[in-house]
Design a protein around this ligand. Structure first.
Ligand code: ATP
Length: 305
């Protein structure tokens, strides 16, 4: 593992009875970056995060955080904060007590940030946690995750029940605080378009396998949608792999995997074609769909043997 690696995962696999939740996952995550861990329901995101935080075991392979297996090394665990969608707190805990115990556990805890966020989310700190609404409960997790300023923070779909305004507060404050106190953030989310601008690096997992592991900017440049006269679109697309195709009479709109240079862009313009960028959400959805199709083909071929 190089000195610049925060998380190193090698050939990690995990099977629950007949479900292969992780299938030979290898990844390196650098410190001080915001990662998006994206994927469909049941793709393996929570399983991966729970192994990385020492709350679950892999059947095969290794996972290291700052050079240590998390479950064997307490000092490493205290550098990690894991906020889960269905975070559990002790019965009868009040909100402020949850913050007090987090402050004791996380050495970089920032009380001022916690208080600012309490105000921003309008959270009743004296109320018992079990009486909170679903969105308020999520706000407690978000506040702990942010105010912990842990070296690595995992947010596993932390927004359940948060309204659009509260989610925007979360995104804005995360970016603001990250700019001042960079750390490694791993954010798992289904709301890809909402979080797209936050992410510096994107990891897409599908059926336990990594299907995309790419810098977010680079990833956006790997596909383009070409729209115009169907024959010209076809000519321009040539043999580039097609991710998606829409036809409307003589017009067509084709999304291709290609990184265009300025000459090719000029050529498209001369041909009267329109080029538009592909959103992260589209790329992720298309990758998951093509993985499903390929896996389906693999499995059908296997079955015939
Ligand atoms: N304790 C368990 N016992 C059996 N199967 C499990 C267990 N935990 C997870 N699984 C299965 O493993 C697969 C991966 O689950 P995981 O929770 O990691 O997915 P996820 O990507 O976090 O999904 P979601 O986005 O829906 O939260 C799923 O098929 C799930 O049903």
């Amino acid at each position: 593992m190089s000195r610049t690696t925060a998380i190193a995962v090698r050939e990690l696999s995990k099977t629950y009875k007949d479900v292969r939740a992780l299938d030979n996952v290898t990844l390196d995550l650098e410190p001080d970056r915001i990662y998006g861990l994206l994927g469909r329901n049941g793709a393996g995101k929570t399983t991966l995060m729970s192994i990385l935080t020492g709350q679950n075991y892999a059947d095969h392979g290794t996972a290291e955080i700052f050079g240590h297996a998390p479950f064997e090394h307490d000092p490493t665990l205290s550098r990690i904060c894991f906020i889960r969608e269905s975070q559990k707190y002790p019965d009868d805990f009040k909100v402020f007590q949850a913050f007090k115990s987090a402050a004791l556990f996380f050495e970089n805890w920032n009380e001022q940030l916690a208080q600012d966020l309490v105000q921003a989310f309008d959270l009743p700190t004296k109320r018992r946690i079990k009486k909170l609404s679903r969105g308020q409960l999520s706000a407690v997790g978000v506040i702990i995750g942010m105010a912990s300023r842990a070296d690595i923070t995992f947010f596993d779909e932390p927004y359940l029940g948060l309204d659009a305004v509260a989610r925007q507060i979360f995104y804005d404050r995360l970016v603001e605080d990250f700019a001042e106190y960079p750390r490694t953030i791993v954010l798992s989310s289904h709301l890809i378009d909402e979080v797209a601008n936050l992410l510096e690096h994107v990891i897409v997992i599908d059926k336990g396998r990594i299907v995309i592991d790419s810098d977010a900017e680079q990833l956006r440049g790997t596909a383009v949608t070409v729209t115009g006269d169907a024959a010209k679109v076809q000519e321009f697309a040539g043999s580039a792999p097609v991710i998606h195709r829409d036809a409307l009479g003589a017009l067509s709109s084709v999304t291709i995997r290609a990184t265009l240079d300025s000459d090719q862009r000029e050529q498209a313009k001369l041909m009267g074609l329109d080029l538009s960028p592909v959103s992260l959400q589209q790329l992720v959805v298309r990758s998951a769909l093509s993985n499903t199709t390929e896996r389906g083909l693999d499995e059908r071929t296997e079955a015939r043997k």
